[in-house]
Design a protein around this ligand. Sequence first.
Ligand code: GRF
Length: 192
Amino acid sequence: MRIGILGSGSGSNLQAIIDAIEAGTLDATLALVLSDVPDAFILERARRHGIPTGVIDCHGFKTKFPLESQFQTAADLKSADCDLICLAGFMRLVKDPLLKAFPQSILNIHPSLLPAFPGIAAWRQALDAGVSETGCTVHHVDAGMDTGPILLQAKVPILADDTAESLHARIQVEEHRLYPEAIRLLLKQRVH
Ligand code: GRF
């Protein structure tokens, strides 16, 4: 399986996937890492491991993912022979040009037990809501925000003295275990 990654930030989930591949526990190749943020650390992590990178030109739009950019991104991922796309901290909504180019083949990781707390800073939403546990979810991507069929989830308890930072850090530990596991599961599902 050849994986393409889209991310906007630090890329710790990319790192977890790299580590799993290098440890021989995930049978996949990272074919291309693309970011809409030219100086995002996710690109640096990819370069350090010899993974091809590219920058997505969003034509100056802050949050929108313009259709031309989505067509270009789909073409770049196809040229790199990707057959699975993993969103890893990618901050723009993916729509038809990309969804149609990779049907049933785009995953996202989100820091809550979806369908609870979709959207931004989900760990803070959970803390503010006063719930006793939250977690993370790997799901198939559709045109909605953090909707789409769920592949795997992991729970994280919320502790009495948790801050937004401490909770997010504990969720990320689970994310780094869950994303490679979800990709492994998808591989198995495809084989069967
Ligand atoms: C993660 O918490 C992920 O769930 C969310 O964005 C964050 C990305 O972190 N979608 P990183 O860039 O992988 O470190």
